[in-house]
Design a protein around this ligand. Structure first.
Ligand code: BGC
Length: 335
């Protein structure tokens, strides 16, 4: 009897060991298969009372104000505590002209505060293909949102006109180049069309260090899937984007390009930041999950070798069409 009991204890201990080993192997495997492992974490979290000091005003705005009879808008408007009404997911009566009139948006989706000079001159760049309903929701919600923040902004939608795998990063590089042809923006926000910010005090402006904006996302239960994540929506100064040679152009298909971009930033000695999680809250509009690209691991692993030779300095594309729509600048490209 005694021996049998010892045998059961022994067997269950052995089973426990096997289960633990299995779990350890599983976790190691998951981690090693995650592209984020090639990225390193250099994040600081900005506290609520530090946000204003961390925002970097546009030098151009600061010099313009000297020759103007208007004064500077405050770096963060004081009335941003509330949330905006959540976008209507079934925008059935989307009428661009009506909305542009309602929100006083200038052609091409540009706006600036009428009564003061904004300290933030921001190009918002959206990579796009086949997501019309999401774009409508995004535009209907974002114009009033951005205006409440008193930004001088314009929305650029860069659409991949060619079939084949989507190249998010290359579209963002194109957006950067094309936006600068319209105005000397000092700050760039690279933004997925399916992300809707929930907090008005999540300033769509640049901080001294590149910022991961969408760090608190409902589909991730407001947690980060991994610490280094730099995807979704990010804000970066023009001079910083130039320094890192923009994004890599070779990431076709889903995944990895944002991890590579983060590595480029760290490689140039910059650090990264985030706003507090209760500010950086986002809702993701639902869509079918993209198929991850198989090359993303290899591209990411060898990324460092290409920072100087693959980026904005080697960007090649042709413009198929540019239309200044009432709510956005649409740039259709062949990549
Ligand atoms: C991909 C990133 C993506 C992240 C979150 C990672 O595995 O490499 O591109 O942004 O997952 O979905």
């Amino acid at each position: 009897m005694f021996t049998r009991a010892r045998l059961i204890v022994f067997q269950s201990k052995d089973l426990m060991k096997k289960i633990t080993l299995g779990i350890v192997i599983f976790i190691t495997l998951c981690y090693s298969l995650h592209p984020g492992r090639f990225a390193s974490s250099y994040y600081t979290y900005i506290k609520h009372n530090e946000i204003a000091d961390e925002l970097e005003p546009s030098p151009n705005a600061l010099s313009c104000v000297k020759e103007s009879d208007k004064s500077l808008c405050s770096i963060i408007p004081t009335d941003l505590e509330n949330t905006l009404q959540h976008p209507n997911i079934s925008v059935t009566d989307f009428d661009m002209k009506d909305l542009a009139n309602k929100f006083n948006v200038g052609v091409g989706g540009a706006w600036k505060p009428p009564d003061c000079i904004s300290q933030h001159e921001v190009a918002i760049v959206i990579p796009f293909r086949n997501r019309t309903l999401q774009l409508q929701i995004f535009l209907s919600y974002m114009h009033p949102f951005l205006q409440r923040q008193l930004l001088n902004y314009r929305i650029f939608v860069i659409e991949q006109g060619t079939k084949g795998a989507f190249n998010r990063a290359k579209l963002l590089n194109i957006g950067y180049v094309e936006a600068l042809k319209t105005y000397a923006y000092h700050c760039f926000i690279f933004h997925d069309v399916d992300l809707i910010p929930q907090k008005l005090n999540n300033m769509y402006a640049c901080t001294h260090q590149p910022r991961h904006m969408s760090s608190s996302l409902d589909t991730f239960r407001y947690n980060l899937p991994y610490q280094e994540l730099f995807g979704g929506a990010v804000a970066i100064l023009k001079k910083q984007f130039e320094l890192v040679n923009g994004f890599s152009n070779i990431f076709f298909g889903w995944g990895g390009e944002d991890d590579d971009f983060q590595n480029r930033i760290i490689n140039r000695g910059m650090s990264l930041c985030r706003f507090p999680p209760d500010v950086a809250r986002y809702t993701m509009l639902t869509h079918a999950k993209e198929l991850p690209s198989e090359n993303r691991f290899l591209n990411l692993e060898s990324g460092r070798e290409r920072y100087e030779t693959d980026g904005v300095n080697t960007l090649k594309y042709s413009i198929l069409k540019i239309v200044n729509y009432p709510l956005y600048t649409w740039i259709l490209v062949d990549i």
